[in-house]
Design a binder for this molecule. Structure first.
Ligand code: GLC
Length: 484
């Protein structure tokens, strides 16, 4: 089986969020299955292009039409291998990069006025590249709106290319909020497909990349089962609920995993004190060091609650804002790491200014700091309004930080409510998107913190849960086999 992942980001080359993590970890995992060959194709962004240390080599180049344009497409590649370790087989993934200076030699991945055109270009170049490369995938697995037009181009413009005529497509929604919308003229002006495709590509009165892919793909997936159900409803679907419902016959949810080799408190080089489920002393040292570093009182009898997140409304910031003073004065240490909406950045800075002994606001993006904070914290707060899957709660558990989550999307599927008597379940949860329900969950967590024996037992238990890509990887393999 040959699989090509088309994506706008993949760690470690380029990453702005969870999609980058998933595309950094799922392809290598599948390459461990015998008989599979796995490649990833993504844009050649400035920071990849201008980093000679990545070992990327030139493959070929050509010109490609996109409506009335004729644009340069350069193809570069890097082969990334991971050695076998323990029972884990070795992995090998070929990364292809699509080069076009005017579209991708820019500082950021997204956020430009011509993003629609940039990723329409990319989506077509994915197929055109296959015409030139000697890699013939059985499946092209597309992700989010940026690659939503791949199934369209395949059907509209490449169906008579022999080596592409049997290719099947899988489309994964990592977040339904961002759909890739464009004006009606985009169809002819940029996509360059004829009017017979207008209906398929239109949602409301806009051209919509995600909708197009939902209709045209062979299999539709989202990153958790609960989210797959939720997006049949208007509250979650941002206008696509009817299309999702119509296409349910080909939809399924597959929960994400995390890279458990990368996120491993017993080997993590970002930590000055490593630890494992059976030897947790290092975790206490990480906490003391973090308190010291942040200027918080160094106390092991006060629970540290962490948030590592983008500071945006759908991550639940409104709830935090509503009860911010309660959180600051309820006898916990509340540590926030992240950037986002200036309104919430200011809110946290002000809160920390007023309550320097209990609140620490770290308005930055810093992966090394993040790992240290996962390790230092006792609890991890994730009060999302919606959450397709969420990876942080999985990482938190791996580092022995007990999740406090709202019951939505992937948080439902990964964090069963903890029974503090029997220690069944995983974390503290609340159902309704309500600030005081969240506060109640934090209070229950703080109460649980007092029972040292139970806390320790539960910590070790959640650290041992298999959140690797092994099981999700098998599910994707089964899905590909079904359609090929
Ligand atoms: C998006 C979602 C997140 C998910 C990630 C990877 O970032 O918001 O919930 O975990 O994609 O699929």
């Amino acid at each position: 089986m040959k699989i090509l992942y088309a994506t706008s980001e993949a760690a470690p080359f380029a990453k702005s969020g969870g999609l980058g993590d998933v595309m950094g970890a799922l392809p290598p995992e599948l390459s461990r299955h015998s008989g599979t060959e796995v490649a990833v194709i993504m844009p050649y962004y400035a920071k990849i292009k201008h980093n000679p240390g990545l070992g990327i080599e030139y493959v070929t180049s050509f010109y490609m039409p996109l409506a009335w344009r004729s644009s340069y497409v350069g193809i570069f590649k890097a082969v990334v291998t991971t050695k076998a370790s323990g029972r884990r087989k070795s992995a090998k993934v070929t990364y292809y990069f699509i080069d076009n200076e005017s579209y991708f030699d820019r500082d950021s991945l997204y956020g430009y006025d011509d993003d629609g055109e940039r990723f329409a270009f990319f989506s077509k170049a994915v197929l055109e590249a296959l015409v030139h490369l000697d890699f013939e995938p059985d499946v092209i697995h597309c992700n989010d709106w940026q690659t939503g037009f791949v199934p369209l181009f395949l059907k509209a413009l490449y169906s008579d290319v022999p080596k592409l005529s049997n290719v099947r497509t899988v489309y994964t929604i990592h977040n339904i909020e961002y759909q890739g919308k464009a004006m009606p003229s985009f169809l002819g002006e940029v996509l360059g497909v004829d009017e017979t495709w207008r209906n398929v590509c239109t949602q409301g009165n806009m051209i919509n990349a995600m909708k197009t892919a939902i209709v045209l793909c062979d299999k539709l997936t989202t990153v958790s089962e609960t989210y797959a159900n939720e997006i049949r409803y208007a509250y979650f679907a941002h206008g696509l609920e009817a299309i999702i419902a119509e296409n349910q016959y080909k939809t399924c949810g597959i929960i994400n995993g995390i890279d458990t080799a990368l996120f491993n408190p017993s080997t993590d080089a970002h930590l000055d004190f490593n630890y494992r489920p059976s030897a947790l002393a290092g975790k206490a040292q990480c906490k003391a060091q973090m308190q010291e570093m942040l200027g918080l009182p160094v106390r092991d009898d006060v629970p540290m609650v962490a948030m590592i997140t983008r500071l945006v409304a759908h991550k639940g910031m409104e709830l935090v804002e509503w009860v911010a003073d309660n959180l600051a004065t309820m006898g916990i240490q509340f540590v926030v790491l992240g950037t986002g909406d200036p309104k919430y950045e200011e809110m946290f800075k002000f809160l920390a200014y007023v309550h320097p002994d209990t609140v620490s606001a770290n308005i930055m993006f810093d992966p090394s700091f993040a790992n240290k904070l996962y390790a230092a914290s006792d609890f991890f707060l994730m009060p999302s309004k919606s959450e397709p899957c969420g990876l942080s709660q999985l990482i938190a558990m791996r580092y022995g930080s007990v999740p406090i989550v709202r019951e939505t999307g992937g948080l439902v599927d990964t964090i069963a409510p903890l029974n503090t008597e029997t220690l069944e379940g995983r974390g503290f949860t609340f159902k309704v998107f309500n600030a005081h329900d969240m506060l109640g969950a934090v209070e229950r967590a703080a109460e649980f913190f007092k029972d040292k024996a139970k806390l320790k037992a539960h910590r070790s238990a959640i650290m041992k849960i298999d959140t690797s890509w092994k099981i999700p990887g098998e599910k994707y393999m089964a899905l590909y086999s079904e359609i090929v």
